[in-house]
Design a binder for this molecule. Sequence first.
Ligand code: MV4
Length: 452
Amino acid sequence: MFKKVLIANRGEIALRVIRACRELGIATVAVFSEADRESLHVRFADDDVCIGPPPARDSYLKIPQLIAAAEITGADAIHPGYGFLSERAEFAEIVAASNITFIGPTPDQIRQMGDKAQARRLAQEAGVPTVPGTPGPVADVDDALACARELGFPVIIKAAAGGGGKGMRVAQSEEDFGRHFQLARSEALAAFANDAVYLEKYLARPRHVEIQVMGDTHGRVAHLNERDCSVQRRHQKLIEEAPSPALTAETRSAMGAAAVKLAKRIDYVGAGTVEFLLDTDGSFYFMEMNTRIQVEHPVTEMTCGFDLVKEQIRVAAGERMEIPKGGLRLRGHAIECRVNAEDPARNFQPCPGLVTTFHPPGGPGVRVDTHLYAGYTVPPYYDSLIAKVIVHGNDRTEALARMHQALDGFIIEGVTTTIPFLGRVLMHPAFQTGDVDTKFLERESHLMQEPA
Ligand code: MV4
């Protein structure tokens, strides 16, 4: 087992990894930018290293600083968390080349799944259902138009190097295809320095349902059921739940089996998430695979009674996975709300600043993953996520009521947060009945305004 783990991240996920390490008796190293000197992950870690000025590109994304911090503190493993360098294959390569263990999949697995066209091909080879579309990137607009005609409109144009909604355009008809195609390519080139794009048949009102998988270095891959992440705004997930209100038992096991088949196809090691689009007729299609621990992992932990981060660390140290052969028993229902320091009434503008009052909710089945405390200043340099409220109940009705009281009892003063907005979404009849799709917030944009 590792002696010391460096967490190459900040905020709530850095705290989450530190807690897992402490339970495993592993020492921890926090890295922080000058803006995070007073952040809780620095206080909770055994050791800490300042890695540079506030901007992420000068600190949390600076690979030489992270490697140097690991070397001077004697860390023998690095946990990347999510975001930042967590899905950067060359970071995983440099960590390994420095004789430090990267807590995650291999660089090749990161690279394979990072290329969304290649990921689709792997899914097809593994017999996982994919949305009808082109076998790979299209050559040019004529080739693309011919494929689009064959698929039938509307079609979605996706950047091969994209993902998470970046570099995507929907063409409703032949007339607007050329414009959207060129826009998608130029956006992909600008964002990823790679203008390869591919086409898929566009599903109008899908749900976003994803399967948590875990693989170890002894050839085992298991899944830990699904999470429903359909409540999103501009591809930012806001509310997640497990199990999905839209899945039947047979679809659940078919989706889980498909996710395991894809992971097994590349001998996947570590925690991963296979994302699917669930169509209104109950059929599901592979969308992409994320090769990191995700923000929403707690709803899986609360319903499976399993610590995913501890398992990531154990598996990276070469231990056998502790997930039972028949998978884990799914118990009850969990919901997670992401709390951001943003103002929904002002188009979710970030609202950094000093937190003057901080009182988290509690009671049976309530968990709050946060780095906030009264007197902490939310910096303007990073993602605006400040807390995750996760509740677990014996069924969805209890979980909904529990989340409602938890949000109501979550007192944060000094910065504007999305807590009231989350409460309105939660109480919306469509969410209460579990009848939302990925366009829900687009349709219900009035929820962003405080009621008069
Ligand atoms: C789609 C789609 C409809 N049809 N693909 C969004 C981000 C990336 N995960 C892929 N995404 C989508 N791909 C086809 N063929 C709709 C989306 C989509 C979406 C998917 C899941 C959750 C939220 C979404 C918001 C907008 C679009």
